[in-house]
Design a protein around this ligand. Structure first.
Ligand SMILES: [Ca+2]
Length: 124
């Protein structure tokens, strides 16, 4: 099992926790974040508008996660819950998805760079 390398001393890659909101801001209009976060709508508790352990458990089969144990689901919740309110809001879920999909993260960084370049060019 791979340990999260949050304590890694690598300084070349941006801290994605700061990076993602920026990315969401840049790419939101292009619907990329919406695509990535489609799962959120499937998994969330419709009354609360956030993903709770219960809603995750109830809907996990929709995302092919039916084989995950309660413990797995709990650690997912815990890993993604940055503000500690016990639920995943959309941004927390997106960040979690990025962490679970390094390839996706890489592709998105490329798109973000493009978006930044474009903006930079527009500025001139
Ligand atoms: Ca939360």
């Amino acid at each position: 099992m791979a340990a999260p390398n949050s304590s890694s001393s690598s300084s070349s890659s941006p801290d994605f926790q700061d990076y993602l909101p920026l990315m969401a801001n840049k790419l939101g209009g292009d619907g990329l974040i919406g695509e990535l976060c489609n799962g959120f709508n499937l998994l969330m508790d419709r009354e609360k508008g956030v993903i709770t352990f219960e809603s995750l458990k109830k809907n996990s089969a929709l995302l092919g996660l039916q084989d995950l144990t309660d413990d797995d689901l709990r650690s997912m919740m815990k890993e993604g819950d940055f503000d500690g309110d016990g639920a995943l809001n959309q941004m927390e879920f997106c960040v979690l998805m990025f962490r679970l999909s390094p390839e996706l993260m890489e592709a998105s960084q490329f798109l973000v760079e493009e978006a930044f370049e474009q903006e930079f060019n527009d500025f001139h």
